[in-house]
Design a protein around this ligand. Structure first.
Ligand code: URA
Length: 438
């Protein structure tokens, strides 16, 4: 291991055998954390070439179960976001795609730090089960066309162990390590096609557009190399998506969006994600797929798919039809604008931290979640505000958490005399043919 750390530290290229030694040795507990930490930091600074990243991905994917979805009829399409704040797109885009005949048999993750996770959001629905035995998962996906569960314990265990170490050694935001982490899980999860939503901006791991494009291109090539039809959208995460951050608040916003009453940014990004999932499944040209996605939203079939999934997974449909009956947080506090003017910037990661401080997220993997906690953004970047006017509502079950959360939230918001430059929400699309900027 010392030789391999040294080789990477000095910028050398590792063979597949050497990568296997490191990744599997660490997963089996034969390589201690201190040596793996040094190795990860060497990769962080020296990078990996595409062959090394592909080899690492394959080794990590093969470190546990490789899910076989072939008994479920239809083309299975998975979707993955590199992580964001207020990102409830799976809850909307997946039912839209499923309503257009795409099969979704998906494993999703939990939130950590400032980012949220789909499984936590779904678990805010009373009765909803995210741990489902394999046979039942296959049956629900086959019969309703959509089933979303938590990641099984033995899916890419190498990634689980490596990610936990990256999280505490400042080695998360590395293109080779993110690509290997995401693609190993997606490949092991067994879908035929993979749509990636690569976020860029203040609430994303990739703060710079050129890094997001590089990450997307590498992941698309890795997916295609192992026979999974893969594409990526590059989307803006400089501002939280929609108006809700926090688990049940985000589910309610997703329901409104599927009922055609959602915020414009969230609706348009979900339509584009769904259209690309439909496209990857081979249902038509991208223009036709966009039309199909819009129709499924407008005619209510996508909303019905969400309800079918929730009902099949044991969730209470009553709260879906009447979202005002979701359990409410005990405390709601309005944040007054500290100045008048235009909101010129909202640091999305900082908004995520404020939401975590209210109890909606996990500071560590062991933290418990308050499903009703979170933030309702009343004003967002570009809006005009008056001094003292409410710009957000903070929700929590514990009033003692409010002062720190409000302080964190106010640090996220910049107000000035001049309007900000408009930003694109969907920046580009990466396929095997290259990058298309929108
Ligand atoms: N999401 C992942 O699954 N892995 C990473 O490394 C970063 C984001």
């Amino acid at each position: 291991m010392v030789d391999l750390i040294e080789k990477k530290r000095d910028g050398g290229k590792l063979s597949k055998k050497e990568i296997e030694t490191v990744v599997l040795g660490f997963t089996r507990g034969e390589i201690p954390d201190y040596q793996m930490s040094a190795f990860l930091m060497a990769v962080y600074y020296r990078g990996m070439d595409e062959e090394e990243i592909s080899d690492m991905t394959a080794v990590m994917a093969g470190s546990g179960d490789m899910v076989d979805l072939s008994e479920i009829p239809g083309v299975k399409v998975d979707k993955h976001s590199t992580g964001g704040v207020g990102d409830k797109t799976t809850l909307i885009a997946a039912p839209i795609a499923a309503a257009c005949g795409v099969t979704i048999a998906k494993m999703s993750g939990r939130g950590l730090g400032f980012t949220g996770g789909t499984v936590d959001k779904l678990e805010s629905i009373p009765g909803f089960r995210t741990e489902i035995p394999r046979e039942e998962f296959m049956k629900i996906a086959g019969e309703t066309g959509i089933c979303v569960i938590g990641q099984s314990g033995n899916l890419a265990p190498a990634d689980k162990k490596i990610y936990a170490l990256r999280d505490v050694t400042a080695t998360v935001d590395s293109i080779p390590l993110i690509a290997g982490s995401i693609m190993s899980k997606k490949i092991a999860a067994g879908s035929d096609c993979i749509l990636l939503d690569v976020k860029t901006g203040s609430g994303a791991f990739m703060k710079k557009l050129e890094d997001a494009v590089k990450l997307a291109e590498i992941m698309v090539r890795i997916g295609e190399k192992v026979g999974r039809h893969t594409a990526a959208l590059i989307t803006n995460m400089d501002v939280p998506l929609g108006h809700a951050i926090g688990n049940s608040l985000e589910v309610i916003e997703a329901i409104h969006t599927l009922q055609g009453k959602g915020p414009e940014d969230l609706t348009s990004i979900c339509l584009e994600l769904a259209a690309n999932m439909i496209f990857l499944a081979g249902k038509g040209e991208i223009g036709q797929c966009r039309k199909m996605a819009r129709q499924a939203l407008q005619n209510g079939s996508a909303y019905q798919k969400l309800k079918d999934m929730i009902s099949a997974q044991g969730g209470d449909i009553g709260v879906i039809d009447y979202p005002e009956t979701f359990e409410k947080a005990r405390v709601c506090h309005e944040v007054p604008a500290p100045a008048g003017g235009y909101i010129t910037h909202m640091d999305a990661a900082q908004c995520g931290i404020a939401s975590m401080l209210l109890g909606a997220g996990r500071a560590t993997k062991e933290s418990l979640i308050d499903h009703s906690a979170g933030i309702e953004l009343i004003k967002k970047t570009g809006d005009v505000v008056k001094l003292g006017e409410p710009i957000a509502r903070l929700y929590t079950s514990d009033p003692c958490l409010l002062p720190d959360a409000q302080k964190a939230y106010l640090q996220a918001v910049e107000i000035s005399d001049h309007p900000p430059m408009a930003q694109k929400l969907i920046i580009g699309r990466v396929t095997t043919k290259g990058v298309e900027y929108v």
